[in-house]
Design a protein around this ligand. Structure first.
Ligand SMILES: C[S@@+](CC[C@H](N)C(=O)[O-])C[C@H]1O[C@@H](n2cnc3c(N)ncnc32)[C@H](O)[C@@H]1O
Length: 269
């Protein structure tokens, strides 16, 4: 009897392999085929067993080497061949990840699928900076917004509602348009000195970040030559940077710093 394949739409998180879910890791290790995006880090690809067939279908910013329709068809074809397919996407597959477009095509083709969530870039980057996305008294809400726009087409966002100073704004895909975004937010009433951060390759060994204000962050990101992927966090929560910094004495090498925290010494003592 022919085996029936299926597709797991898997969120691979922002880069650090330790941020994968246990379920994602299990699927990666049991897949016969892995179809993966450019944003899936090499450290995560290193977890794929050597016998697994690999299909890179990554897109670079502003270029689409493999059209989405072909990716959809590839997933359908592989599943119809009876394969267990792990479709690996950066972050979460259903947050600016086109996972739902692929899911819709799988359903249309009569292919079974599941969704395994991943840590989205906003959560990964914020925690890497020891910053919260909400904080009582500073941010009562949170918005994930795309800053991607077609070439020569102005960004069409609801600026008046985005300029709410009580909401943390996280801008995905905003590297090219951050100066335009900042200017629009200020024009619509967001304070020009609102704290802002830019984080490039968050949670990876190549992570870089700059801190500034809504007015300065675009130029700072440009001057620092921050490479993609880059995320912008705008809001009073970014101003907690100093308050939430781990004291230098306790921020030693990754993996053993927790043992040096004073409250742990008390518990252990
Ligand atoms: C097409 S979206 C994919 C988002 C992904 N599905 C998620 O949930 O994080 C790509 C954008 O995510 C952000 N991004 C993804 N990984 C990142 C990382 N490690 N550091 C900073 N930004 C990241 C960047 O804004 C990038 O332009």
């Amino acid at each position: 009897m022919r085996r029936i394949g299926m597709v797991s739409l898997i969120g691979a998180g922002p880069g650090d392999p330790d941020l994968l879910t246990v379920k994602a890791l299990k699927r990666i290790q049991n897949a016969e085929v892995v179809v993966y995006d450019r944003l899936v880090s090499q450290d995560i690809m290193d977890l794929v067993p050597p016998k697994t067939a690999l299909y890179p279908v990554g897109k670079k910013p502003r270029s689409h080497p493999i059209p989405q329709e072909e990716i959809n068809q590839l997933l359908v074809d592989l599943a119809k061949e009876g394969k267990r397919v792990a479709r690996l996407k950066g972050g979460d597959p259903f947050i600016f990840g086109r996972g739902s477009e692929e899911a819709a095509e799988l359903v249309k083709a009569g292919v079974s699928y599941e969704v395994i969530p991943g840590i989205t870039a906003a959560q990964g980057c914020a925690s890497s900076l020891n910053l919260p996305l909400t904080h009582r008294g500073l941010a009562t809400g949170l918005r994930y917004v795309t800053g991607h726009c077609q070439k020569d087409v102005p960004l069409d966002l609801d600026w008046a509602s985005l300029a709410d100073p009580n909401t943390t704004l996280v801008i995905y895909m905003g590297l090219a348009a951050i100066e335009e975004i900042s200017a629009k937010l200020i024009e619509h009433g967001m304070p020009a000195d609102m704290p802002a951060a830019a984080i490039s390759k968050g949670t990876t060994s190549e992570e870089r970040k700059v801190f500034g204000t809504l007015t300065t962050i675009g130029e700072q990101a440009k001057n620092a030559n921050l490479p993609a992927p880059c995320l912008f966090m705008i809001g009073d929560v970014v101003g907690l940077k100093q308050a939430l910094q781990v004291p230098a004495a306790f921020s030693g090498a990754k993996g053993d710093w927790a043992d040096k925290r004073p409250h742990l010494e008390v518990i252990n003592g």
